[in-house]
Design a binder for this molecule. Structure first.
Ligand SMILES: [Zn+2]
Ligand SMILES: [Zn+2]
Length: 285
């Protein structure tokens, strides 16, 4: 049983349609795949239908953009009710914030001598309900200003970078509460990737577990090296929370994140499933 709990489709910043993603997941040998597009549930019904058709289990997920001390923190939500009013309302604010900051980011890029137009960015947005930094990065690549997304982030778009504009974001503790309120299971995504150890050190993660009931930590992720993984696994065990592993697949939008490159063990997945059922209060949902 091969389980991958973190993937993106064209509905956010991936390159596969939800149905293509599920087909590719089956082809990659996965038996369970979670679709976790950024701040939207829009791809889930298409993914589920495809899953039923080809016989692979699709876990309904979402990756909520949160923050701590003005820096971005990602929170994976599993089994949350898309119709929950409190969560749905916050997600609208987050999506509007993403789109609303396009103009100021483009102004900064122009000042920095690497101009791209709104139209050039929108080409890469496709059917996604919001404009994200990866789309701007793709436009910078297409305009020949940078080689790839990584360079676009490193030089311009990363948090604190010269073209970064802060946007509306939910405090991560509140994000966990919202996910729980919607009957979902909350797992913090790649907490120590890209130098985030300082932002989410052990005592902060312990506090999120103690005060907000954080359910799990994504341990095996491409942004985590072997030492980081070992440290996080030990912490998750000590805190008694789930330690998940996932690809964070984006189709061709992110290299080295192939489906199943990291996986979650079946025992951990069984615990996660049990939590989803318990939260939903409806067995078998
Ligand atoms: Zn993420
Ligand atoms: Zn992701």
């Amino acid at each position: 049983m091969t389980i991958d709990l973190h993937t993106h489709s064209v509905v956010s910043d991936g390159t596969d349609t939800p149905a293509e993603l599920v087909v590719n997941a089956a082809a990659a040998g996965l038996s369970v795949v979670a679709l976790t597009d950024h701040d939207t549930f829009d791809g889930l019904s298409e993914a589920r239908t495809a899953g039923e058709r080809i016989g692979i289990e699709v876990v309904p997920g979402m990756e909520l953009s949160c923050s701590r001390e003005h820096q971005s923190v990602h929170l994976l939500a599993y089994g949350a009710d898309p119709e929950n009013p409190a969560l749905a309302e916050e997600m609208v604010f987050v999506r509007d914030g993403r789109s609303g900051r396009l103009r100021p980011v483009l102004d900064k890029l122009a000042e920095l001598g690497v101009p791209v137009s709104e139209e050039e960015v929108l080409v890469f947005v496709g059917s996604s309900p919001s404009v994200g930094r990866p789309h701007i990065a793709d436009a910078l690549v297409a305009a020949g200003h940078v080689r790839d997304r990584t360079e676009a982030f490193d030089r311009f778009l990363a948090d604190g970078g010269p073209a970064h504009v802060a946007r509306y974001a939910i405090d991560v503790g509140r994000g966990i509460d919202l996910v729980h309120g919607a009957g979902g299971v909350a797992v913090i995504a790649h907490p120590w990737g890209r130098g985030r150890e300082q932002l989410l050190p052990r005592p902060v993660l312990a506090e999120l577990v103690a005060e907000h009931g954080l359910d799990g930590i994504e341990v095996d992720h491409q942004d985590h090296d072997a030492d980081v993984r070992a440290g996080l696994r030990q912490l998750a065990d000590r805190l008694g929370v789930l330690a998940t592993g996932s690809s964070d697949y984006h189709g061709t939008g992110k290299v080295n994140h192939d489906l199943g490159v990291n996986t979650t063990d079946p025992e951990t997945y069984a615990r996660l499933r049990a939590l989803i059922v318990q939260r939903a209060g409806a067995p078998g949902r």
